[in-house]
Design a protein around this ligand. Structure first.
Ligand code: SUG
Length: 448
């Protein structure tokens, strides 16, 4: 049976703003308080989805969340009407209002970890929503994420959904941003590669000194157990703590994998040789030929990698088996990175082409092409079981761009977040969106 990898991209929500909420994420910190353009952000994301669809890839869309999250503010003690809750929060605790308004669910690489049916014990596709425990503004995403994923992948014969791991830092889980899968073919059993930043229970593992390591080994192991993965189909590796301290808050900022290929920076991991041998051995047992492309620090330093998001790219397999790299505009703007990419594609190696996308609105909060998509490998039967409303088509693209044009503002600053009108605008937009994407009722304002 034919299988493919579907990229479900997060649709940027109407409250996209620069809140400076993510300590350890250099872009989020340095663009804090700038004025954002939610309309442009959403259209940039949609343009990437359309381009991939037109290249022949199956493309999906993942809905944004309800923001401001009034229910989350009520849990923190703000009371009264929705407008009063927002106004009180603005007066007494602006950082909490900003956090409750973040459109961070757009970075759906953090929505969940996904294991395709060929890897799991019961032959279903497994999803575990990420608890995103490291940052308050992200920790409030998973209940709605679970409902949205449930509405997209509803058929229990094919899809299994697990709730987020316990909401404590010891089980900090950042989803697919710290997970990659290697395989010969998307429909065959593969090797799932879990990358953690620290161990919560075993002090022998080193940890970064400055910035938080968001993903723990114990969280990765729990996800592998929940999904029923075989021991010989799993490899764990530790991120180099020094690169976390240099701004690599997720592994997908310093490495990307697809098919039989890992594209990574020389400084990305600890014990790299041992890790590569394990990947080669385990994929080899499944008949695969693991290959790695290491970018040497002498050619591209970690700082350039973080600034350009070279590795936060999408590595895609084209119909002829060759590979394509989708990178953000910032890679072209960086001389060393661009030179490296020119050499890479002209060397006759695995990666033949680089395509550049303008995702500046998302990039300014530390979200590149890879952050914006959740990969789900599906066989034909499973693909047919996905809610068809979320699969991108030319008419859906047109409808969504019109929807954005109608509902989104083209400028948003912190002071605008206190405007109760923004809440009404967002709810009106999202109510319409659930109808467009045929999701049913998934948002708190639709349920309660
Ligand atoms: O979690 N930024 C996100 C960026 C996530 C990128 N995702 C991956 N690498 N997969 C984060 O740090 C910033 C929001 C703000 O500051 O307003 C933010 O949440």
């Amino acid at each position: 049976m034919k299988s493919c990898e579907v990229n479900f991209d997060g649709l940027v929500g109407p409250t996209h703003n620069y809140g400076g909420l993510s300590y350890g994420n250099v872009a989020s910190q340095s663009n804090s308080q700038q004025s954002s353009n939610p309309k442009e952000a959403a259209l940039q994301g949609l343009a990437k989805m359309k381009a991939l669809m037109e290249m022949g890839f199956v493309q999906g869309v993942l809905a944004p969340q309800e923001r401001p999250d009034v229910a989350a503010l009520r849990n923190l003690g703000f009371a009264g009407t929705d407008a009063q809750v927002i106004q009180q929060a603005a007066k007494q605790a602006m950082p909490l209002l900003v956090a409750s308004c973040s459109a961070s669910s757009m970075w759906v690489a953090n929505a969940a970890t996904v294991s395709p049916s060929a890897d799991t014990f019961d032959g279903r596709v497994h999803f575990t929503a990420a608890n995103l425990n490291c940052k308050y503004h992200r920790s409030i995403e998973h209940p709605t994420t679970s409902r949205v994923l449930g509405a997209m992948f509803a058929d229990q014969k094919h899809f299994a959904h697990h709730a987020a791991l316990p909401a404590v830092a010891q089980f900090g889980d950042e989803g697919a941003a710290n997970h990659t899968r290697f395989c010969r073919d998307y429909g065959e059993a593969g090797v799932e590669f879990f990358v953690f930043g620290r161990s919560a229970f075993d002090t022998r593992y080193p940890a970064p000194q400055k910035y938080p390591a968001r993903q723990t080994l114990e969280a990765s192991q729990a996800v592998a157990r929940l999904h029923g993965l075989r021991d010989d189909g799993v490899v764990y590796a530790q991120q180099n703590p020094a690169v976390i301290d240099a701004g690599v808050f997720h592994n997908d900022v310093i490495a990307v994998g697809n098919g039989e290929v890992l594209f990574y920076h020389e400084d990305a991991f600890l014990n790299t040789d041992q890790m590569l041998r394990e990947l080669q051995g385990k994929l080899g047992k499944l008949g695969g030929n693991f290959q790695s492309i290491c970018v040497p620090r002498a050619q591209v330093g970690v700082e350039d990698a973080v600034r350009s998001y070279l590795f936060n790219s999408q590595l895609l397999t084209r119909a002829d088996g060759s590979m394509l790299l989708i990178v953000p505009e910032e890679c072209r703007a960086n001389e060393r990175v661009w030179q490296y990419l020119q050499g890479l594609t002209s060397s006759g190696g695995l990666i033949r082409e680089v395509k550049v996308f303008d995702l500046k609105q998302s990039m300014q909060n530390g979200g590149g092409p890879a952050c914006l998509r959740l990969r789900v490998a599906l066989n034909e039967t499973e693909l047919a079981a996905v809610n068809p409303g979320v699969i991108m088509t030319a008419p859906l693209y047109d409808t969504l761009t019109q929807w954005v044009d109608k509902h989104y503002r083209d400028s948003l600053r912190e002071t605008d977040l206190a405007d109760p009108q923004l809440l009404l605008e967002c709810r009106t937009a999202l109510d319409e969106l659930t109808q467009i994407l045929k999701l049913g009722s998934v948002y708190p304002f639709q349920i309660n």
